[in-house]
Design a binder for this molecule. Structure first.
Ligand SMILES: [Zn+2]
Length: 305
């Protein structure tokens, strides 16, 4: 994560006590192409809105102290979230690159910031939410569907890269695994990701309890993993629960992966016949919990072979 550059604004916030309770972290996008730095400058003069942080692929700018209240998720209309408000949250804006996208690097930088704030203020993963969740404003506009938001959300809460330039050692004689797994540590402990398959190798980053990782191979009791946020490296296999490899076996056509055990739940992804998935758990009601492309969801067990 880049060092946070403070460019505190004299306006666009409500002063608050230094011990303000911070219960939510609200994620936004800046709906147009601009850098974190330019946004920080823009909010130095009176605007009707603001946020605490602006993140792009190389910088993080903070314009309002955490304990003061930014104007990022308020509305004169209807709140769709019962509790999250400006007064109890921190607002983070993700910036768009020149192509108008939120780049992977911006997501990774935001993940580092989100996780440091989660730790600092004891905010649980369930309280890292979108502006959309608070007021139904289309923000971040590219992550309104569950299918688009879930993998980004997982990256934001799952783990943080600390040393993005670390050289990762590969072992030619490693055993192929090719399965997704879930990090199983006792929260708030985290699982270290290292540059080689031993505890003395340099640290690349860390993963939180429940993080979803792809395990490509195993070597000497260590797994070589890739995380949705593109963090790669070795982790101690004792702290990873692997699922079982299954193939989507529909008669023809695709299989819907849903957010819950039943056809009334949202479709998260559409899985093609023949796709490889990782089965985490099989329930007696005919449904299975699976991982596909870093997303956890549910499918009817009868279509897994
Ligand atoms: Zn927003």
């Amino acid at each position: 994560m880049p060092t946070i550059t403070k460019m505190l604004t004299p306006v666009n916030y409500t002063k608050s006590a230094s011990n303000r309770a911070i219960s939510y972290i609200v994620i936004h996008w800046v709906g147009s192409v601009s850098s974190a730095k330019n946004n920080a400058k823009y909010f130095q003069t009176k605007r009707s809105a603001s946020a605490h942080y602006f993140v792009d692929d190389k910088d993080i700018y903070q314009i309002i102290e955490d304990h003061n209240i930014a104007w990022h998720c308020g509305t004169k209309g209807t709140y769709f979230h019962k509790y999250a408000r400006n007064s109890n949250s921190i607002g983070i804006e993700m910036c768009l690159d020149k192509a108008g996208h939120i780049s992977d690097k911006t997501i990774v930088n935001t993940a580092g910031l989100v996780q440091s704030l989660m730790k600092k203020y004891g905010v649980p993963a369930s309280r890292v939410i979108r502006h959309y969740d608070v007021t139904h404003k289309s923000c971040p506009g590219c992550y309104i569907s569950a299918a688009s938001w879930n993998p980004v959300y997982k990256t934001l809460i799952d783990g943080a890269v600390e040393n993005p330039t670390a050289e990762i050692t590969s072992h030619k004689d490693a055993t192929t695994v090719g399965l997704y797994g879930v990090v199983d540590v006792d929260s708030p402990d985290t699982l270290n990701v290292r540059a080689d398959a031993n505890a003395k190798a340099s640290k690349v980053g860390s993963l939180n309890e429940g993080a979803i990782i792809y395990v490509s191979n195993s070597y000497n009791g260590w797994y070589y993993i890739t995380q949705a946020g593109n963090m790669k490296g070795w982790v101690n296999a004792n702290y990873v629960t692997l699922g079982d490899k299954k193939i989507i076996n529909t008669k023809s056509g695709n299989l819907n992966m849903r957010s819950g055990r039943g056809t009334k739940y949202d479709i998260l992804k559409t899985l093609p016949k023949g796709a490889t998935v990782t089965q985490l758990r099989q329930y007696s009601d005919g449904w299975s919990k699976i991982i596909y492309d870093y997303v956890v969801g549910y499918v009817s067990t009868q279509y897994l072979k």
